[in-house]
Ligand binder design. Structure first.
Ligand SMILES: Nc1ncnc2c1ncn2[C@@H]1O[C@H](COP(=O)(O)OP(=O)(O)OP(=O)(O)O)[C@@H](O)[C@H]1O
Ligand SMILES: CC(C)(CO)[C@@H](O)C(=O)[O-]
Ligand code: BAL
Length: 389
């Protein structure tokens, strides 16, 4: 199964308000989880992205060697963890990190442990060459803005052998191995649909934080439950880093940018905003109509989503787009547990996941998306901010 082209809305560098969102990847998407050294410069000195000072660090040892002098000089280091296939959402995290840190390290690693055995590890887009070109462009942009404290100093692109020294991490629920689990928050919603997902995320983030020793780590609100899991990881294991969450970067029509959007193709891309439309209606019910009740708030989202599905199903198979709703949720912002009523003092998190099914009766020459347009799982969320009544 596969999961979830972006253009952007006006960007903001404001932080997202929870407790702590381009480019298309029409270019070749390869299917290896470790980036090649092409697209980087390897001379007698350290490996770098061409025409930049951005180091390419491939081993734990090389990061530690690079990190040490900055610790001694009291220069702050930020980490932006990614799985590559960079888009404007990632770039906004890096921009925020460069504003408030002397050095930014971007990790690019497709972590096998967070993919279930039936998920899209093999087809996950790997676009190392365009990613390094994107980082080089962004670094020039950062250098031109005098308001930035730092720039992109390094890309950490490890191999799985380096990240999992005891062997390939298990992808089964009952796999043995050295894992970090964060429950109950990691068991609900995304964790219920992807039972090994947050174990993989928490485990790889623990490793990345231990390797890079960042003063600050930057995550996107697009993966809101992931931010709650990471905050728990940092708090419960006394990790010495600050978690910064940045708002979701969206395309003009509202679709949250996501590396997996490349799987959609043209027909499904047009309908992919369904989740955003539903969640926006639910937010409206809370903000404009003033309701605090789950049934009214989620009811508003359900009505929109089901309306769009009905309209699609009325079209001929050669034109329509089918999707399934995995969940629509109204949850407590600290625990991600479902709530019946929003406590205005705490606010809430509206979130959802849908599964866009492969198109029926593909037309001659139709753009089906990366890997022939498999099923794509899309997620999105809106934070209902606390308010005084
Ligand atoms: N649209 C976005 N706005 C803000 N942050 C984002 C956005 N998309 C991804 N991020 C953040 O970038 C970081 C790396 O995410 P990742 O590399 O998985 O990209 P992705 O687009 O979320 O991919 P996927 O489609 O696999 O979910 C995460 O912290 C994620 O929340
Ligand atoms: C945080 C992360 C890079 C860990 O692999 C991943 O879950 C992601 O890209 O959101
Ligand atoms: N952006 C979260 C990574 C994943 O879905 O695997």
């Amino acid at each position: 199964e596969s999961f979830s082209s972006p253009q952007t809305r006006p960007q903001t560098t404001q932080r997202a308000t929870i407790p702590s969102s381009s480019r298309t990847m029409a270019s070749a998407c390869r299917t290896s989880s470790s980036p090649p050294s092409r697209g980087t410069t390897r001379t007698a000195g350290p490996e770098k992205i061409p025409s930049t000072s951005i180091r390419v660090l491939r081993s734990v040892e090389s990061v530690r060697r690079w990190r040490k002098p900055h610790l001694l000089d009291h220069r702050s280091v930020a980490l932006v963890p990614t799985m590559g296939a960079l888009h404007e959402g990632h770039l906004n995290l890096i921009r925020a990190a460069a504003k408030e840190n002397h050095h930014v390290v971007v990790s690019v690693y497709v972590n096998p442990a967070q993919f279930g055995i039936k998920e899209d590890l093999a087809s996950y887009p790997v676009t190392w060459e365009s990613d390094t070109a994107t980082l080089a462009r962004l670094d020039r942009e950062l250098a031109d803005d005098g308001a930035n404290l730092g720039r992109i100093s390094a890309v950490f692109a490890p191999t799985t052998a380096d990240m999992y020294p005891s062997g390939f991490p298990g992808q089964e629920v009952d796999s043995k191995g050295s894992f970090v689990t964060i429950t109950p928050v990691g068991e609900v919603l995304e964790g219920a649909s992807r039972p090994t997902f947050f174990r993989g995320v928490a485990t790889v983030c623990m490793k990345l934080f231990n390797i890079v020793q960042p003063e600050r780590v930057y995550f996107g609100q697009k993966d809101v439950q992931q931010t709650v899991v990471i905050r728990s990881l940092v708090r419960d294991f006394m990790l010495n880093t600050e978690v910064v969450v940045m708002p979701t970067t969206r395309a003009e029509d509202g679709l949250a940018l996501s590396s997996r959007n490349v799987y959609l193709g043209e027909r499904r891309r047009k309908v992919a905003t369904v989740l955003w439309k539903g969640l926006s209606k639910a937010e409206e019910a809370y903000l404009r109509d003033g309701t605090r009740e789950r049934k009214d708030i989620l009811g508003a989202a359900e009505e929109v989503v089901h309306g769009i599905l009905e309209a699609q199903m009325a079209l001929p198979p050669s034109e329509r787009v089918r999707f399934e709703v995995d969940y629509l949720s109204l949850a407590d912002p600290q625990t991600m547990q479902e709530i019946e009523v929003v406590d205005p003092a705490k606010g809430g998190i509206l979130s959802g996941a849908i599964r866009m099914l492969p198109v029926e009766e593909p037309q001659e020459g139709e753009d089906l998306g990366h890997s022939g347009g498999p099923a794509v799982r899309l997620i999105d969320n809106i934070i209902l901010a606390p308010r005084s009544e």
